[in-house]
Each structure stands twice: as structure tokens, then as C-alpha cells.
Design a binder for this molecule. Structure first.
Ligand SMILES: [Zn+2]
Length: 299
């Protein structure tokens, strides 16, 4: 499994990139395509509470359903752009709430996963998905390599560069950061009603995962998925493994079921439940150590 993960996470971006939209376009032979971002499009990422004093960083890869205006609707009906294929419904509200609750910095994505999935390596076949939950995505079919690269330069690299920079600010003050990645999952997938309220996705590093599952299971009536509805071992996600696992930083990817957090008020209720379970784990100074676990992706 670890080898699989390693082979899937081959992406590296150039050092020193920091939020600008064109760092990787210097290779002489590379065909150029116009950036999908134009005047009036929002930034590729937002940093919430950048001066937050918590010892960990929150990220939200699928926070937004916004598409760059140049991509139109990708050929999809407008109603589909509101649904889970476009974004993690409620995840941004939950992440913002946690950011306030813990005084933690949060890096949230500015654009929909339909433009490019920030939680996939660039060489993953689902990086720019041509299909999602049975829906064809016409605007993602037959893209040229240059068009794919333009999306990566405009959206993927700035977002991941912002996470790098945020983690760098911890290191600059001599701290080992932890990384908490907040996602949400659709309650029904392929006709299967998913019973879990929270999913805790982890691979080799048990430091947050094991006590978190234990604490969440103490919440009355809570159903907790241990590597459900996805497994971090299959491999599924990119961001936590790339930014934290590979450096030996404690990390976790947490999924909350979307119907529980589909309004800001409901998101606050479930984020508080999560915060009660996470709080004691994240308050332990012993957590913040570089520790490499056998088989972790080395990237
Ligand atoms: Zn997600």
C-alpha cells in the first residue's frame, strides 16, 4: 500500500512558489495556455486567521464551489454545480468555526474540485475529473496538456504553496506543526446510505487518529468511520500525506457527513462535537514532534 501511495504522490512543485499564478511556466518547450483566472475572479486560496496562535494548521481543500469564469459551467447544469461533486458542502463553515474556536490559521481553497482536485496528485487520473458520481463533466474532456498545466499553475500550485508557506511560519518559530484537513462526504453514494457522522482517515501516523476515534465514539449516538467512507490507505488523499506525512508532522483528515453541516448553524454544532474530541489531543505538547512511521510516503 505504501509503495502505491508513494508511486501516486510524485508531484513536486518548484521551490519558492508563493501564490503567484505562473511559477512553473518557465520550461522552454512547454506549450502555453492562457490562465483560467482573469480579472474579477477571486484568489486561488484564502488564509483565514493567518496570525492564529494554535500549534496546528487547518486546511480545507474542497471549500469552494466557485469556478473560474473562463471555464463557464464546464458544460454542467447549474444545479449540479451546487452539489457534492463540486465541493464539500458545509466543510468550509466547519473549518472556519474550528479556526475561530482554536485560534488556528486556516488555508481554504478558492475554487471547485471540478476545475482541479486539490486533494489529488497532479498525475492522478482524477486530478481533473471527467466524471464524478455518475455525472459526465464535458468541460474536462479532451484537455490539452497545456490546458491542464494552466489549471495547475493557476489553482493547484498557489493553494499548495500557501500551505507550504503557512507550515513554514511554524518552522520559522521553531515549532513542529500538526495538520488538520477538513472534508465532508455526501450521505448517499451509489445508492448506499452512509451511516457515519464522522470519518477519520489515516494511514501510518496514529498520533491524532487513534485517540480521536476513541474520543469521538464517546459522543452520544455518534457513528464514527475508521478510514470510512474512504481509506487514507487506498490511497485517496494527497494534501495531508504530502504536506505532513512526508515530513513526519502529526496529521489527520476528517470527514463530516454533509447533511449534518449544510447550514452554518448546523456546521457549528458538529464542529463543536469535533472540537471536544480534538481539543485534548491537540493540547498535548508531546504531540508536536517529527516522527516518521514505517511506510509513510517519502516525498
Ligand atoms: Zn473533500
Amino acid at each position: 500500500m505504501a509503495r502505491l501511495l508513494q508511486s501516486r504522490i510524485r508531484f513536486r512543485y518548484s521551490a519558492g512558489m508563493s501564490g503567484s499564478a505562473s511559477p512553473a511556466s518557465k520550461e522552454p518547450d512547454r506549450p502555453q495556455a492562457a490562465s483560467p483566472l482573469g480579472a474579477g475572479d477571486p484568489p486561488a486560496f484564502e488564509i483565514v486567521n493567518p496570525e492564529g496562535r494554535a500549534p496546528f494548521l487547518l486546511i480545507c481543500d474542497h471549500a469552494s464551489k466557485t469556478l473560474p469564469r473562463a471555464l463557464g459551467t464546464l458544460g454542467l447544469e447549474a444545479r449540479l454545480l451546487e452539489q457534492h461533486i463540486a465541493w464539500d458542502i458545509g466543510a468550509s463553515d466547519a473549518a472556519r468555526w474550528l479556526s475561530r474556536r482554536f485560534d488556528a490559521p486556516l488555508v481554504r481553497a478558492g475554487y471547485s474540485r471540478l476545475a482541479i482536485d486539490l486533494n489529488r496528485a497532479l498525475d492522478d487520473p482524477t486530478s481533473i475529473a471527467q466524471e464524478s458520481d455518475g455525472v459526465d463533466i464535458p468541460g474536462n474532456r479532451k484537455l490539452t496538456a497545456a490546458a491542464r498545466a494552466a489549471r495547475a499553475d493557476a489553482l493547484f500550485r498557489p493553494y499548495h504553496g500557501a500551505i507550504d508557506a503557512a507550515l513554514g511560519r511554524f518552522r520559522a518559530r521553531g515549532a513542529v506543526p500538526a495538520l488538520i484537513s477538513i472534508h465532508s462526504f455526501t450521505p448517499v453514494m451509489n445508492g448506499f446510505a452512509r451511516p457515519w457522522h464522522f470519518g477519520v482517515l489515516w494511514d501510518r501516523d496514529p498520533r491524532i487518529a487513534v485517540p480521536l476515534i476513541e474520543n469521538l465514539r464517546r459522543e452520544p449516538g455518534a457513528v464514527i468511520g475508521d478510514n470510512e467512507p474512504y481509506s487514507a490507505r487506498d490511497p485517496h488523499g494527497f494534501s495531508a500525506a504530502h504536506h505532513a506525512g512526508s515530513h513526519g508532522y502529526p496529521h489527520i483528515e476528517i470527514e463530516i457527513r454533509q447533511d449534518l453541516i449544510d447550514t452554518p448553524a448546523r456546521a457549528a454544532v458538529w464542529a463543536e462535537r469535533l472540537a471536544r474530541a480534538l481539543g485534548p489531543i491537540l493540547a498535548d505538547p508531546e504531540l508536536y514532534r517529527v516522527e516518521r512511521f514505517e511506510g509513510s510516503a517519502a516525498i
